[in-house]
Design a protein around this ligand. Sequence first.
Ligand code: CP3
Length: 321
Amino acid sequence: MRQAGRYLPEYRALRQRYGFLELARNPEAAAEATLQPVERLGVDGAILFADILLIAEPLGVGLEFPRGEGPVIARPVRTDADVVRLKPVDVAAAVPFVFEAARRVVRALGGRVPLIGFAGAPFTVASYLVEGGASRDYLHTKRLMYEEPEAWHRLLGLLADATAAYLNGQIDAGAALVQLFDSWVGTLSPTDYRAYVLPHVRRVIQALRPGVPVIHFGTGTAALLGLMREAGGHVIGLDWRVDLDAAWAALGHDVAVQGNLDPAVLLARPAYIRRRVQDVLDRAGGRPGHIFNLGHGVHPETPVDHVRALVDFVHELSARR
Ligand code: CP3
């Protein structure tokens, strides 16, 4: 889940002082944003404050986060000619601030909780590059994929290499584990996932430093879970549209899972949140290899006390088993 963000008053205060990209590029401020949820909520992991699109910016596509909106790409990548024009990314030179923020966070944490690094998976990052922003139907993305498959695979191959270097840089800076976000891949059928996405995800995961746990997450992935497992990852991240017990049984209990409370449950009162935490834990059945999490990020409307209560409930109820 995204745990930093606008539901936190201290994050909103930081955002009064910095634009989103300005904040992400300032290691001191980004480290502060990373530590805020750890201090306020008592979560068991710190998630590096960064964004999946920071690695896309050096391609020269013109990334912005206009106030109150999601990301916007000024020059979308729609054709083979657009793909050819992309600048190669020298990751160490392009995003040194991300690695510096990670080093600062690890120092400040002093081993209290691990730092989780992350990146977007090639499909999800490509969807922003091609659409120019958020999308519902991914029509430009699918047109490129179906109509110019060579350009598509060149784009995803380029993103896969940059993503692996980006994640390895975070690991070298002290991240204890990493999460790969394929947030929007649920728009694809299993057959298209296998043909157009799976090889590139596998390439990212196989290029990562050995021994570092990898969480592989997407939303709307009920029909894709087996293929996501095949692509790789020690942990498969589940969104809330699946029942955790059924999804885990289908994946096989020899892979770990993360999830999967509906973030909208946090809008209800704490007594109800507690019941729903119990339900997720019951479905995990006390097996090793379950990481409790939301099925996606915290909505900005969420009362911060409810998120705190969630963390306390997870600690209380999972200790009882
Ligand atoms: O502690 C954390 O969890 C923060 C780190 C984090 C951010 N982005 C910071 C951020 C993480 C893990 C991400 C990942 C990310 N970014 C994803 C994959 C995860 C997911 O939720 O599916 C995606 C798709 C993006 C792209 C992106 N960045 C979008 C769609 C948006 C707008 C969302 C919104 O709420 O408006 C962002 C901006 C963004 N990235 C915010 C944060 C805290 C909110 C922006 C703000 O401060 O105004």
